[in-house]
Design a protein around this ligand. Structure first.
Ligand code: GLP
Length: 242
């Protein structure tokens, strides 16, 4: 693991955008795995700037998002479809048909989860997977569990995740209780991974995930086994109190 400690959120956003930019410059038809949550918003803004400055094109890029809530219409501002449109897709020259998110409203979830894995495989697999991390160590929506999940799956969200994500909703009762997410194995299949960790509330989990025991109770800890992971972590999330 290559752990890069940066001063603050701004530097985290700039550095992560540079890594994505390099990926697209080296391989213009890259397949990117994308994340939501507040952490990557600054990175998406930086990528938008680079596109608008003519430094970067998404013309041939394909994207697969990690996850989506179950049961939220895609035009609900809290849905990840909406988030991605707002923060990236509507801002750059990516073709909508090249952007994929799991369908949290599929009639038959069993079919949807298999279909999503097949689409990723047909695209040639993910070149660069962006990840954030939940306070309980989840990646995508893979919550602490007795075993690491495999492909795309439907999950019950943990209390702490519902609590943490309720800040985006009017009240906690509106946070969906289930979600569809790429599995741990799908994430580990990515050729490169970029994990972003920001803010003092991630301090305990950052150390546990990156330096602690590899266990499905801390889903992100599995990343220690991946051959090509870069972690960008800001000082708030890394400095332990002296
Ligand atoms: C959600 C997403 C995760 C994200 C996490 C952390 O639960 N499913 O992909 O990493 O939130 O979000 P934040 O960056 O806002 O702390």
């Amino acid at each position: 693991m290559n752990i890069v400690i940066v001063k603050d959120y701004q530097e985290l956003s700039q550095k992560s955008a540079e890594i994505v930019e390099d990926q697209i410059l080296v391989k213009p038809d890259s397949v990117l795995g994308l994340a939501t949550g507040s952490t990557p918003i600054g990175m998406y803004a930086e990528l938008t700037e680079k596109y608008k400055a003519g430094l970067l094109s998404f013309e041939n890029v394909k994207t697969f998002n990690l996850d989506e809530y179950c049961g939220l219409p895609t035009d609900n501002p809290q849905s990840y479809h909406y988030f991605m449109n707002q923060n990236l897709f509507s801002q750059v020259n990516i073709h909508p048909e090249n952007t994929y998110l799991p369908n949290g409203n599929a009639l038959v979830m069993e079919q949807e989860r298999k279909a999503y894995d097949i689409k990723i495989a047909e695209a040639g697999g993910i070149d660069l997977q962006i990840l954030g991390i939940g306070v309980d160590g989840h990646i995508g929506f893979n919550e602490p569990s007795d075993e690491f999940s495999k492909g795309t799956n439907v999950v019950e969200l943990d209390k702490s995740t519902i609590e943490a994500n309720s800040r985006f909703f009017e009240d906690k009762s509106q946070v969906p209780r289930t979600a569809i997410t790429m599995g741990i194995e799908s994430i580990m299949n990515a050729r490169k991974i970029l994990l972003l960790i920001s803010g003092a509330n991630k301090k305990e989990i950052a150390h546990l995930a990156l330096q602690g025991e590899i266990t499905p109770r801390v889903p992100a800890s599995i990343l220690q086994n991946h051959p090509d992971v870069t972690v960008i972590v800001d000082e708030d999330a890394w400095q332990l109190p002296v």
